[in-house]
Each structure stands twice: as C-alpha cells, then as structure tokens.
Design a protein around this ligand. Structure first.
Ligand code: ACO
Length: 330
C-alpha cells in the first residue's frame, strides 16, 4: 500500500445570521452580562432557526473551502461530516454530497461531540495517507441550539450554531506532524445529550421505547477541570511525538468552549497569548464547528500563513479529547 503525506489546502465557514447577545440572555434567565463575560469570554452567539438546516450551513462552508483549494466538488473523494446534531439521524453527509454535486465522493457522519473535528481530521488523514483517496472534505458542523434547555442558565449561555470546513489532500510531504486521540466513557455523565424514551407496548409482552432526546446536561466544573488537565497533557504528548517544542508552535487553536480554558491551557504550556486563536466572544461554543470556523477566520484575515504550525485540540462529551498538529497549506 502506498504511503504519502497530507496537506490542509482550503477552509470555509458559515453561521446563521441571527445573533443572541448576553443582554438578550438576561431577558431570558437569571444572569448578568458581567457573569457570562467574566466566566466564559462569550458576548454573543449565532442561532439557527427552522428556516435553515445544518446541511445548508455545512454546504456553504464546504463550498468556500473547495473554492479556496481551487477545486471543484467533483474532485472530492471523501466527505466526513463531524456532527452531533445531524438533520437526519441516519446522517447528513450524503445530503451535503448531493447539494454540492460531489457525486464521486463517499460521504458519512462522524460523532465525537466537540472533539469531532480533530477525530475527523485524523480519520481523513488515514484514508489519504494510505493512498485510498486523494482529496477529502471535512466539515465540522453543529446546531446545538436544538438541544439546549433555554431556561437552564448553566448551559444556555454557552452554545452557538455554525459550520466550518477544510479540504485535505494527499501530498508528498506530510504536513500532519502528529496527533493523539482519547476517550473516557467513565466520565460520560459529565456532559450528555441523552435519548429519553418511554415504553410503548406493541402487543402483550412486546414493547419498544420511543421518544426524543433530553436537553444537554452538563456538570460545568467537572468539564472545566477535565479540559484544563487533559488538553495541555495531550498537546505535550503530540508535540513530543512530532519531535517539536512549544517554540515551534505558531498558533494554538483550541476548541472554542471558554476563554478561561484557552488562557489556562496556554499558560500551562507557556505559549504566549498572542499565539492563541480565539473568536469565542462572537460565536460561543459551536461544538464540532468551533475549530474550523476559527481557523477559517484567521486564514482569511491573513494571520495564518502558509507553513505556519498550528497546534489544535478538541475536547468534549464522551468524554473525548485529542490533538493534531499540522502545517497550514502546501
Ligand atoms: N449566570 C449567573 N450565575 C450562574 C450562571 C449564569 N449563567 N450559571 C451558573 N451560575 C451560578 C451557579 O448557580 C453557582 O451559584 P452558587 O454558587 O450559588 O451555587 C455559581 O454561579 C458558580 O457556578 P459554577 O458552575 O461553579 O461556575 P463556573 O465558574 O464553573 O462557570 C461554566 C460555569 C462557565 C459553565 C464553567 O464551569 C465552564 O466553562 N465549564 C466548561 C464547560 C464546557 O466547556 N462545556 C462544553 C464542552 S464541549 C462539548 O462537548 C459540548
């Protein structure tokens, strides 16, 4: 089997137009703009209403990434949609494939909550590095607003909706410098979006469970402690594996959950704050979309340049966490 490297060659993003500010939240739950700003760094988030779908957001982000990569949808071999909030329980990746006209591509969903983009990046890389496929489209997209209890002040302040995408291609030089992925189901209770059905008897002695999902349930302090411990640890391991030091890192790009988590991780790793990519203030936590949306923003603003080393880490429900270090561009 042929072994090659990979390069991330295009990015795109899309968010719904409606914004919900901290001032708006004060009209909905017992909170204050100061509390939300100080504890999370979030000032507003974009929310999706029924007029649009995750598939539409993801398709828009994907088209931007394909255009930046100077490719056509027909050039794509593989589409992975990292999401926990597909429009269709059977998966939304195929609908995106159809909307794009990427008829050559195989498409499937991957669920790893807020780690989804990192897990998806590594999954794409496996297909590319073995020579199975030449060009992959990875989309991280979520509309967690569908599953937030908007009367729960502990969670409703955190989340926003959006999608981000990257195009990854096989390349003679490997720009994926290292990665590490982890799961710990023993801590699943800390953060969940559980199915909650009731029994429905079909015939005597034969019942099925039917129902819906319960809103997001989170122990914020436990998730916070998990993140500030595991994220620096996984990044240190990945740097070691890649034979790099923190000085080689141009950008620290963490899942955009909370500004305090990003600052704490940067301090633990001795990475200066000007290297920390953050846009959580304007988007909140967009789950699997947060890393590619922030990446795309910094690429389009010309801040991230070809050859820059980006250390990324995702963490979230599962619990799952992981990191990938890559060079931007070819
Ligand atoms: N406004 C005002 N007060 C509030 C609010 C609010 N919105 N929410 C909670 N409080 C209160 C609490 O009731 C508590 O009051 P008490 O002391 O009288 O009981 C007090 O504020 C402190 O609550 P804590 O939960 O200890 O607050 P903390 O400083 O931990 O901040 C937060 C909470 C922001 C949720 C923080 O724990 C956090 O960011 N955790 C990580 C969450 C996260 O990143 N989750 C996403 C993971 S990614 C994924 O997979 C989806």
């Amino acid at each position: 089997m042929q072994h090659t490297g990979i390069a991330v060659v295009g990015s795109g993003s899309a968010v719904p137009p409606t914004t919900l500010t901290n001032a708006h939240l004060c009209q909905m739950v017992d909170t204050s703009e100061e509390w939300i700003g100080e504890r999370t760094g979030i000032h507003q988030r974009h929310l999706n209403d029924g007029r649009s779908s995750l598939t539409e957001l993801a398709t828009k982000a994907a088209l931007e990434a394909i255009t930046m990569a100077k490719l056509q949808p027909m050039d794509i071999d593989l589409i992975i949609l990292a999401t926990s909030t597909a429009d269709d329980m059977f998966g939304s990746a195929s609908s995106i494939q159809f909307a794009l006209g990427a008829t050559r591509a195989v498409a499937f969903d991957l669920t790893a909550a807020c780690s989804g983009f990192i897990f998806g990046l590594v999954t794409c890389a496996q297909f590319l590095q073995t020579g199975t496929y030449g060009t992959a489209l990875l989309i991280g997209g979520d509309v967690l607003s569908r599953w937030v209890d908007w009367s729960d002040r502990r969670t409703c302040i955190l989340f926003g909706d959006g999608a981000g995408a990257v195009v990854i291609q096989s390349h003679p030089v490997n720009h994926l410098l290292g990665f590490e992925l982890h799961s710990d189901g023993s801590q699943n209770k800390s953060l969940s979006l559980k199915y909650g059905g009731t029994d429905h008897e079909l015939l005597e002695g034969i019942a099925v469970s039917q129902g819906n999902y319960k809103p997001i349930d989170m122990n914020g302090q436990e998730v916070y402690r998990f993140a500030v411990r595991r994220v620096p640890e996984v990044l240190e391991k990945t740097l070691l594996r890649a034979n790099l030091t923190v000085d080689d890192v141009d950008w620290l790009l963490l899942h955009q959950a909370n500004q305090r988590i990003m600052v704490a991780v940067a301090e633990r790793l001795h990475i200066p704050i000007h290297k920390v990519i953050s846009n959580v203030a304007r988007y909140g936590n967009t789950s699997a979309a947060s890393i590619p949306i922030a990446l795309d923003e910094f690429v389009r603003e010309g801040k991230i340049k070809t050859g820059d080393v980006i250390a990324t880490s995702g963490f979230g429900a599962g619990l799952t966490w992981g990191s990938a270090i890559f060079r931007w561009g070819t």
